[in-house]
Design a protein around this ligand. Structure first.
Ligand code: FAD
Length: 466
């Protein structure tokens, strides 16, 4: 055991160098705090190495495959001659490598003390870190827990062989001929989209009644329609029962007796908080099913211990982790940052077609204000020039408090994720339709559809029927 008296006491010690942890570190250092960041694997965490970035690289490769396959339909004589996963992975890993290097440089130049090792909370102000040299106690006036999440599976369903989670799927050096995907949430539909574009036969199994079940019902329904058109198979409202695997493939039985066979089974049933065995409970931190509970300042019940990212109940998204990290650093530095409103966090699902939403769904708005106090409007992308050019279908649905502000924006269509920036300003700044209708949206862009939707709900539609 190292001599702990020789160690400095940091202002902030952060456990976990993913989106939440490194954002806390960078902002704390900017504010002049003395910071240590502990990471057992790679700086950047899930998002950079096993999450957002690699999946979006695969989705871009999938889009290129679709464009090549469909070029002739618009007079460009391309054809898809195959997908070389070694080349796709090289492209994906190149992106990760460049961003990783950049992030390492950023942390280094920010005067953050980076400690490579596995940490465990051993006191209310101390983390014991097992490094290559031995165990080192790292103490701080404030601790921030940011240990992230792991791929969950179901009882009796063990990962291994042909039964894989997203981190394994990202490393595959071949396109499976067929795949069953357990879970029709964000990760499930994104992989379904990639594999279908790469030529696999895909079937999604979702226990809830629809794909993308957390989205507005109109988006879920439209996604199902689009997936049917793409010949992505799915079964909703039916639960998984069991799976076996052999040399021929994986064999899945569903609760309604359906048998499905495929080359691989991707388990995408959600992410659990990575908190077991890390000493959190022993130090008296209040937990709920593995998640760390916090107050509105992201402080746990133990003074001086905070938590950010996927271990805090709520949306498990990288940009939520970034903002929580910035927020906590500012709280620790004695500032009073504006609280983070969970419903104002933008959500994008990058399958083809994309889903993008922010704010309340129609149902959530009806529950909050009463059904007769909610107005909605759907602007069909059929009337949007750029969407016609791209050959995409979809719509923008606005949810408004009657005679009040826009409280939700829900979009589906190719590339609509790029429109979420304006949508989130509209919702978070509580804009009224007239505020947006008066602003000019460039033509021909898909962004124009957002302007058109607001013109229409403000009672003065342009390229839409009244
Ligand atoms: C396939 C997939 C796709 C995704 N796509 C998106 C997307 O498009 N957009 C989006 O916003 N989000 C996406 N996410 C979610 C996003 O990756 C997470 O929300 C985000 O990474 C959470 O950040 P975090 O800091 O809480 O945890 P993590 O990024 O998981 O980081 C936690 C870090 O803590 C380290 N750690 C854990 N325990 C210890 C310990 N004892 N000692 C030292 N270090 C430890 C881990 O090694 C890890 O690096 C995706 C996730 C997956 C799996």
């Amino acid at each position: 055991m190292a001599d702990t008296t020789a160690n400095p006491v940091y202002d902030v010690v952060i456990l976990g160098g993913g989106s939440g942890g490194y954002a806390t570190a960078l902002r704390s250092a900017q504010l002049g705090l003395n910071v240590a960041l502990i990471e057992k694997a790679e700086l950047g965490g899930t998002c950079l190495h096993r999450g957002c970035v690699p999946t979006k690289a695969l989705l871009h490769a999938a889009e290129v495959a679709d464009v090549a396959r469909e070029g002739a339909a618009i007079g460009v004589n391309t054809q898809l001659n195959g997908v070389d996963m070694v080349g796709v992975n090289k492209y994906k890993d190149g992106i990760i490598g460049r961003l990783y290097k950049g992030l390492q440089g950023l942390v280094k130049s920010s005067n953050v003390t980076f400690i490579q090792g596995e940490g465990k909370l051993v006191g209310k102000d101390t983390i014991a870190v097992t490094t290559a040299e031995g165990v080192q106690n790292v103490s701080g006036k404030n601790l921030v827990l940011a240990s992230g999440s792991f791929s969950k599976t179901l009882p009796g369903l063990e990962l291994g062989g042909r039964i894989i989670a997203s981190e394994h799927a990202l490393k595959m050096d071949f396109v499976p001929k067929s795949a069953i995907i357990l879970g029709g949430g964000v990760i499930g539909v994104e992989f379904a989209s990639v594999w279908k574009s790469f030529g696999a036969d895909v079937t999604i199994v979702e226990g809830l009644p629809s794909l993308a079940p957390n989205e507005d019902a109109a988006l879920s329904k439209a996604l199902e329609r689009a997936f049917r058109k793409r010949k992505i198979n799915f079964k909703t409202g039916v639960f998984f029962q069991s799976a076996t695997q052999d040399d021929n493939g994986v064999h899945v039985t569903l609760a309604d007796g359906t048998q499905l066979d495929a080359e691989v089974l991707l388990v995408a049933v959600g992410r659990g908080p990575q908190t077991a065995g890390l000493g959190y409970e022993e130090q008296g931190i209040t937990m709920d099913r593995g998640f760390v509970l916090t107050n509105e300042n992201l402080q746990t019940n133990v003074p001086g211990i905070y938590a950010v990212g996927d271990i805090v109940p709520g949306l498990q998204l990288a940009h939520r982790g970034f903002q929580q990290g910035i927020f906590v650093a500012e709280v620790i530095a004695g500032q009073s940052p504006l609280p983070i409103v969970e419903s104002g966090i933008p959500r994008v699902t990058y399958c083809e077609p994309e889903l993008a939403s922010v704010g309340l769904t129609e149902k959530q708005a009806a529950d909050k204000y009463g059904a007769d106090q909610v107005q909605t409007y759907e602007y069909n992308l059929g009337g949007n020039g750029k969407s016609q050019i791209l050959g995409t279908q979809g719509f923008i649905k606005l949810v408004r408090e009657k005679d009040g502000p826009i409280v939700g924006v829900h979009m589906i269509g190719a590339r609509v994720g790029e429109q979420i920036g304006e949508a989130q300003l509209i919702v978070n700044w509580e804009a009224h339709p007239e505020d947006v209708a008066h602003l000019i949206h460039a033509h021909p862009t898909q962004n124009e559809a957002l302007g058109e939707a607001h013109l229409a709900i403000a009672g003065k539609p342009l390229h839409a029927h009244a």
